[in-house]
Every structure is written in structure tokens, then in C-alpha cells.
Design a protein. Structure first.
Length: 220
């Protein structure tokens, strides 16, 4: 029941490779000079200026998922991974079986029986939370890191690590649950929080992916 968020770790499943790389985030504006910076923090303004200085074919985003975003992204990815879906259905069936057998026996439900059934029903969310907590409190997962999108692919740079996913490795770009996800394996994706992307950034990223032959499934 593993999933992957990518947040700055190598492309091995760390539970979410949603470690984004893992997986937390604020983003920079595209270099078209049209972005308004009023109302943003000084740090965000500087990030936007950095992005505006980048070449037109390059987009830089400074990202770090919050714990809540990491949990949500983990759960979404797990439910898009067939082994995880099958495991979820198996545990739900086990919970239903426990309840049905006790009711059929005519015995009153005991607290332990209820606890076992609830654990079975909530197995996938529990795993998503534990996975996210493990990654979130890992020192490397809390490193500041930067995504760079260009003609070569998606580059992730942090203090102790750096790696690249070529566009050929990205199977699909999809908006899901408040994220713009760049899938590089079943249940594993670079997850960008949509609330940290303005319309111009989102359009530029989608266009870049489409230009490099990536399947795009993005809500308008």
C-alpha cells in the first residue's frame, strides 16, 4: 500500500515520492512580466522576481508541502494505485465480515469488535497519515528545495540532493484534490499545491508538459 509524493528525494517510493520528491510549497511567477506582486510576502515577491529573471523556457518553483497537504496527497495517490485500492477493499471487506458474523451470532457488539472493524474501515487513511508523518519529520524532507521545469525535464534541487526526471519519465499531468500532479510512476508524482500557483504559472507548466508529449488531464 505504498504511494509516492515527490519532495526532494530520489525517485524511490518513500511513502509519498509524494516525497513531491515526498512532499510542501510556494511558487514563482512566470517571466512574462504580467504577474502582480501586491499582497504577497517579501519572500514570495523575491521568489517571483527570481522566476521573472529565468529564461522563458524555464520555470522555477520553491516548494515544501505542509503536513496536511502531504497527508491529502498521500491518500489521493494511494487511491490511484491498484495494489493500494485492492488492499483497501480487502480491509473493508474484513471489517464488514466481522460485524456481520457478530450480528449473525446474536451476541452484542463488544468494544474490541467495534475497534477491529473501525481499524479495517480506516486502514488506508491511517497508512496515509503514518506515511506522511514519517516523511514530514525526516530531516531531509524538511530541506528547502526547488523545482526547475525546462526542456530537459523536472529538476529537483535541495541542500543534500539533486535529481532529474526527464519528460519521457512523466506519464501524465493531472489536477486532483487541489494539486497539479506530475506522475512518474503508478501512485507516485510530483505534487504542486494549486493554491500556491497562479493562473499564469499553471498554464505555463501545463503547456510545457504538453509540448513535450505528456498526456494532460487538467480541469479548466
Amino acid at each position: 500500500m505504498e504511494s509516492g509524493i515527490n519532495d526532494g528525494f530520489p525517485p524511490t517510493v518513500e511513502g509519498t515520492a509524494l516525497h513531491g520528491a515526498g512532499t510542501s510549497a510556494h511558487c514563482d511567477a512566470p517571466p512574462d512580466g504580467t504577474t502582480t506582486l501586491a499582497g504577497y510576502s517579501d519572500a514570495t515577491r523575491q521568489d517571483a522576481r527570481d522566476a521573472m529573471d529565468a529564461p522563458p523556457n524555464e520555470i522555477r518553483l520553491a516548494l515544501n508541502l505542509t503536513l496536511g497537504e502531504r497527508i491529502r496527497a498521500n491518500l489521493l495517490l494511494m487511491l490511484r494505485h491498484w495494489p493500494s485500492v485492492i488492499g483497501t477493499l480487502v480491509f473493508i471487506a474484513m471489517g464488514v465480515t466481522v460485524i456481520v458474523l457478530y450480528l449473525a451470532s446474536g451476541k452484542p457488539l463488544r468494544p474490541m469488535t467495534v475497534a477491529i472493524a473501525l481499524f479495517a474501515f480506516c486502514f488506508t487513511p491511517i497508512m496515509a497519515v503514518l506515511n506522511a508523518l514519517t516523511v514530514h519529520f525526516n530531516k531531509r524532507a524538511r530541506e528547502p528545495f526547488t523545482y526547475t521545469f525546462n526542456t530537459e525535464g523536472i529538476h529537483v534541487d535541495a541542500v543534500t540532493q539533486a535529481y532529474t526526471h526527464r519528460w519521457a519519465a512523466i506519464s501524465r499531468v493531472k489536477t486532483l484534490g487541489g494539486f497539479l500532479m506530475f506522475f512518474f510512476a503508478p501512485g507516485a508524482a510530483h505534487c504542486l499545491s494549486l493554491k500556491r500557483l497562479d493562473a499564469a504559472q499553471r498554464s505555463a507548466l501545463v503547456l510545457m508538459a504538453r509540448e513535450h508529449g505528456v498526456a494532460v488531464d487538467v480541469a479548466p
